[in-house]
Design a protein around this ligand. Structure first.
Ligand code: ARG
Ligand code: ZN
Length: 865
């Protein structure tokens, strides 16, 4: 363990101003940094620095001129620079370093992508650009000058607003940028190169004019239209929902092909993975459009939750990420269907975060130690972090939530703060005490809630016994109870709610904040037993266990008035059914359940996106959590069996729906996307039937948009007939020139094919180890979506990707580490596959991994490191 929350101390210097001067060259870029420094005491000054070649270092005490620093007055090591005895009063420090963007394959710091310069500084990439206190609590104002060859780099961009610009000798030119807002170094950005630009403008609520620009590869500006539209809607939404306006005259987004994550919220200059900017109907699916909308919003919302108010240290990452995910999820819910959005958020949470909680990488939303900060950008910090904000708002109500947020923005604007600071605002706004609630931030693991009902017929009294338990996780053997807000209702079974003698017939919030508790409902004499709806809208991120049989569950599903619970009730039944089929205790799918699913889908046809979700089967990874040891091969086979039965049940609806034309002209908005979601779900069901090759081929050939083309390709890839190869070859020929579409071609095969397919894909001339999107489209798609093949008991799945993981990690540790998280669930596997996974992890470690990847591999292997 390298860093501990408990060891936090403030930086003993303030950096009052930063001046950065770049002379850009792919092989050797010069960076001169001039820092105005005020010491807070006496003692050495430590600056972070990594992979920098120091060319000159000069210092000036106040009023004096810069003079070279004597060698005895500083030292440089692998991780930085120390001034052994800096002046005790204010001084200026100037360093000049040389870096090599073209050799930077880690994609952290300044690097080249598609022949252009770009940066990624969060969390600790700025130290790969210049010597600096690279920590979020050091905030300063930045002035930047960029010089570069003009022909290759007509655009020179950085944070803030543009200043002077002009030509220089020898075909060079320069541009100045000024960011008046104090910011931590991780929000610094620079982009330079040749782009096409999509421009627009926005007028803020108070009338300020903002120039918007999206910078993309040549010829791609048209495909940035949806991102631009999403940006303007995000800017308006933050004004309306939170009263937050944009605070600069310029807002730019740059799309880059090679990027380790989704996107980055650099002040005034967001940098995006091009996958989350570029879209049109022919090349992007509705899921892509939706992701663009939500990521554009996410990064934009960071301007207030992250940039204006940032984190004191990286332990507080959820302060900005959990809150900003919460904000973007609500934006998406407002743009589209709130219940559908909620269901999708929960699917993601369960698939990624519950899995994390159940394995050796489990950690709390605010961890108190880490070895590699890059490894803390997790589903727990982001998605569970968002759930905690959602619980907070549900408990105090949206008005008090807004009050607390307003106070937070007023009190801490321009500061780097902690989770405690955040909750202090809500304590001040509501007068409530959140100390027990904050346990959610400190305890890892998913709470398990057990429900037992007892109906006293004579006294018409229903008692619901609740208990909570959180399993031990690494380093946390014993857990305390957390407050679990359960949105609940009593149902009459006819689509209505029931009143108790002391309770109106309305949903209510019950907070379980002890280990066990009872809800007691006295019903009017003569009443029948009501049904209990719990954790509506997934009001708490917990696992709920209720000892109900199939018929009781079906009755509850039919009685539900909460769309989330309607969907979730069926999901639970489906999960149980797949488990039963997988363990062999039952041979054929339960027709009563299949019929009920069919009935639910037919009843939801007027809300097609919701109907589509009703046809969904839980992924194999989700099922790992339900029964140990997990046999992915048996689970995948059982899942397919049930899918085929559902397809047969819905046959008339599938035929009828797919006979209709797809909505035209194409619009990526919610209404059409919803219709296409059901069409796609039906296409996939057809694929599971195995007797629909002809139909699927027609659907593939005539698909009017990428959403349906890709669904048909998926369905065909699932089959084994000759049509499969034909469709894959056709798709490749059609889209060879478009890397983002080719990523889909790679990932469809990796997610649905065999280990041999994956070997073939890795050997394909267009497989590119340097491009994270491409690597993920093969390795992550295989390892995280194709669990039966990846965890094959003979180890063939691991063997197929082992070398590639090693090679990816050598060049790019953030990527390597992320791929290795695929092993996090190995302990849940049946013994043969588990042993192979363990052996593979050991081989990876023995072969030599980056420190980032080593951290994941060790924790995955040993648990408590
Ligand atoms: N702050 C960025 C976002 O969530 C992600 C940065 C990822 N950085 C990292 N080192 N994992 O929008
Ligand atoms: Zn974020």
């Amino acid at each position: 363990v390298a860093v501990r929350l408990a060891d936090y101390t403030p930086y003993p210097f303030s950096i009052d101003e930063v001046r950065l001067e770049f002379r850009l060259n792919p092989a050797a870029t010069q960076v001169r940094a001039t820092l105005k420094v005020t010491p807070a005491g006496n003692g050495p000054m430590r600056l972070d620095g990594e992979a920098l070649t120091l060319k000159s270092i000069r210092l000036a005490a106040e009023g004096a001129a810069l003079a070279p620093l004597a060698e005895a007055d500083y030292s440089v090591d692998e991780h930085g620079l120390t001034l052994t005895a800096p002046p005790s009063g204010p001084f200026t420090l100037e360093t000049t370093v040389e870096i090599s963007p073209e050799k930077n394959t880690a994609l952290s710091g300044l690097y080249m992508s598609g022949g252009r310069f770009c940066t990624q500084c969060e969390a600790i990439g700025f130290r790969r650009i210049t010597f600096y206190p690279d920590r979020p609590d050091v905030m300063s104002s930045f002035r930047v000058r960029i010089e570069a060859e003009k022909a290759a780099n007509p655009y020179l961009l950085s944070n803030g607003t543009p200043g002077e610009a002009g030509d220089l000798p020898d075909g060079w030119h320069f541009a100045e940028w000024d960011d008046p807002h104090k910011k931590p170094a991780y929000l610094f950005a620079l982009c330079a190169g040749e782009y096409d630009v999509l421009r627009d403008t926005f007028t803020t609520a108070s009338g300020a004019h903002v120039d918007l620009g999206i910078y993309v590869d040549k010829g791609e500006a048209g495909r940035a239209a949806w991102a631009m539209d999403s940006l303007k809607r995000s800017m308006r939404w933050d004004e309306e929902a939170y009263g937050r306006e944009y605070d600069l005259g310029v807002f730019n987004i740059v799309a880059v092909r090679d990027f380790n994550f989704g996107a980055m919220e650099n002040k005034g200059l967001n940098i995006f993975n091009s996958a989350y900017v570029l879209a049109d109907e022919a090349t992007a699916t509705d899921a892509d459009f939706e992701a663009i909308e939500s990521i554009v919003a996410h990064e934009y919302f960071h301007n207030w939750t992250g940039n204006r108010i940032t984190c004191r240290d990286w332990f507080q990452l959820c302060l900005k990420e959990g809150l900003t995910v919460f904000r973007d999820q609500n934006f998406s819910a407002d743009m589209r269907s709130r219940p559908v959005q909620r269901i999708k958020d929960v699917i993601r949470l369960r698939a990624r975060q519950f899995a994390e909680d159940a394995g050796p990488l489990a950690h709390s939303v605010r961890p108190d130690n880490y070895a590699a900060i890059d490894n803390l950008y997790t589903a727990t910090v982001y998605e569970k972090g968002s759930e905690l904000i959602g619980m907070l708002r549900r408990q105090i109500g949206s008005q008090d939530f807004r009050k607390g947020m307003d106070l937070y923005f007023n009190r801490h604007d321009g500061q780097a703060v902690t989770i405690e600071d955040f909750y202090a605002c809500f304590e001040a706004a509501t007068g409530q005490d959140f100390s027990q609630f904050r346990r959610w931030y400190a305890q890892a693991g998913t709470p398990e809630i057990t429900v037992e009902e007892n109906w006293d017929e004579a006294n018409t009294t229903l008692t619901v016994k609740l208990s909570q338990f959180t399993r031990p996780t690494n380093g946390q053997p014993v857990k305390k109870p957390v407050p679990v807000p359960l949105l609940s209702a009593l149902l009459d079974g006819k689509g209505g709610h029931v009143a108790a003698t002391d309770r109106a017939a309305e949903p209510f919030l019950y907070v379980l904040d002890t280990e066990t508790a009872e809800m007691v409902f006295h019903l009017p004499a003569g009443s029948g037993r009501p049904l209990v709806s719990l954790n509506r809208d997934f009001s708490a991120p917990v696992r709920l266990t209720r000892a109900l049989n199939r018929d009781e569950r079906l009755a509850l599903v039919r009685a539900e008035t909460d769309p989330f619970n309607t969907w979730d009730g069926l999901q639970t039944l489906i999960k149980e059914e797949i488990l039963t089929l997988a363990d062999g205790s039952q041979k054929a799918p339960d027709l009563a359940l299949v019929g009920a699913i069919g009935q639910a889908v037919r009843g939801a046809m007027n809300d097609p996106a919701f109907a589509a979700l009703l046809t969904r089967l839980p992924d194999v990874g989700e099922l790992f959590l339900e029964r140990e040891p997990a046999d992915p091969v048996a689970l995948a086979a059982a899942r397919r069996k049930l899918q085929a039965a559902i397809a047969a049940e819905l046959s008339p609806e599938i035929t009828e729906t797919l006979a209709e034309p797809s909505p035209a002209p194409y619009n990526p908005g919610a209404e059409q996307a919803s219709i296409r979601a059901l069409r796609s779900a039906f296409i996939l069901l057809l694929g599971g039937r195995g007797d629909a090759a002809e139909t699927l081929h027609d659907l593939y050939r005539n698909a009017p948009n990428m959403t349906e083309q890709l669904s048909a390709l998926r369905a065909l890839t699932l089959s084994t007939g000759p049509g499969r190869e034909e469709a894959l070859a056709d798709f490749e020929a059609q889209w060879k020139q478009n890397p983002l579409v080719m990523d889909k071609w790679f990932s469809v095969q990796a997610a649905l094919g065999t280990a041999d397919d994956v070997r073939r894909l890795i050997a394909h001339p267009d497989f590119d180890l340097r491009n994270p999107n491409r690597v993920r489209s093969v390795v992550a798609a295989f390892a995280m979506q194709n669990l039966a093949a990846f965890h094959a008991p003979d180890g063939s799945g691991y063997a197929a990707v082992e070398e590639t993981i090693l090679a990816a990690d050598k060049a790019n540790p953030a990527l390597g580490a992320r791929l290795i998280t695929a092993f996090e669930q190995w302990r849940l596997l049946e013994p043969k596959a588990g042993a192979q996974a363990q052996a593979c992890l050991k081989r990876l470690i023995a072969a030599g991994l980056s420190p980032n990847a080593m951290d994941i591999a060790h924790r995955a292997l040993e648990g408590d490191a």
